[in-house]
Design a protein around this ligand. Structure first.
Ligand code: C2E
Ligand code: CA
Ligand code: CA
Length: 258
């Protein structure tokens, strides 16, 4: 992105957020239990449509929001909306779980734990119905404080998931150090599962490592039947990917999966 586009997008993003999240919406992608092929829950994913550029991809607007600090406001909005949706869907499927992404950049300076707890209490929603997905590359940046923040989040009773496991340089240390309930193996590894060489060892080995540490596993990015067949016998608890369903608006999610 050239600098002028970045500045322009940055302005438009702030403007959207300051105007009651105009243009933002949330899509939900199904997460499936491997054994029973039943619905485990959904991941809430931010979408932004802007009057000037149309649909802008999250990989473009999330980093901008992380830089300008507006990510905190957006994530509170997403958490509130997704929790509301979760309450509704739990009436149809009582053990439904909603996953939301938490950017860790401002975690220490903000009150996300308290905010989440208050929101859930107001909705009468049990905390274990929400999963917070944290990316694994950040926690090493400044040791102790982050550790306390993560433990604080865990104390709320919400489940923690380590997102994109294997993609960052400190994956293994983070896995060792933090109390993740679920580990989401990065989607780039699925492709290797169908190969006929040594690369095929990645998904089984990472799964085994997580299981030996008592963590559950979610495999992301399963796109084809062939990939699913290659990994279905590994004891992976949950799967997510285009093979099971793409992220869709809530009305469509309800029609398709509930
Ligand atoms: P993520 O958290 O790893 O989310 C999964 C991404 O993988 C989503 O992309 C999803 O559409 C995509 N995906 C799911 N299944 C497949 C598949 O089978 N194949 C392929 N190729 N892709 C698949 P999306 O929605 O474009 O989001 C991209 C990233 O933006 C997310 O990656 C997450 O890091 C970030 N993001 C989205 N919403 C939020 C949010 O509310 N807060 C924060 N902090 N980050 C968010
Ligand atoms: Ca995620
Ligand atoms: Ca991910």
């Amino acid at each position: 992105m050239v600098e002028t586009d970045r500045l322009d997008l940055d302005f438009l993003l702030r403007d959207s957020i300051d105007n009651n999240f105009r243009g933002f919406s949330i899509h939900y992608q199904p997460q499936i239990r491997t054994n029973s092929r039943t619905l485990y829950g959904a991941e809430a994913l931010a979408r932004w449509s802007c009057w000037k550029y149309g649909e802008v991809c999250p990989d473009e607007f999330i980093p901008l929001l992380e830089e300008n600090g507006k990510i905190v406001a957006l994530e509170k909005w997403i958490f509130r909306e997704a929790a509301n949706q979760c309450r509704k869907w739990r009436q149809m499927l009582p053990d439904f779980r909603m996953s939301v992404n938490f950017s860790c950049r401002y975690l220490e300076q903000t009150d996300m734990g308290l905010f989440a707890q208050t929101t859930l209490a107001r909705l009468g929603l049990p905390s274990e119905s929400m999963i917070l997905e944290l990316t694994e590359s950040w926690p090493m940046h400044n040791g102790q404080a982050k550790e306390e923040t993560v433990l604080g989040l865990q104390k709320t009773g919400m489940k923690l998931a380590m997102d994109d496991f294997g993609s960052g340089y400190s994956s293994l240390l983070s896995l060792q150090k933090f109390p993740f309930h679920l580990v989401k193996i990065d989607k780039d590894f699925v492709k290797s599962a169908t190969r006929k060489d040594g690369q095929a060892a990645f998904v089984p080995s990472l799964t085994q490592l997580c299981h030996s540490l008592g963590r559950q596993v979610c495999l992301e990015g399963v796109e084809t039947q062939e990939e699913y067949e290659a990994v279905r016998q590994l004891g992976i608890e949950v799967m997510q990917g285009f093979y099971f369903g793409r992220p869709v608006p809530p009305e469509e999610f309800e029609k398709l999966y509930l």
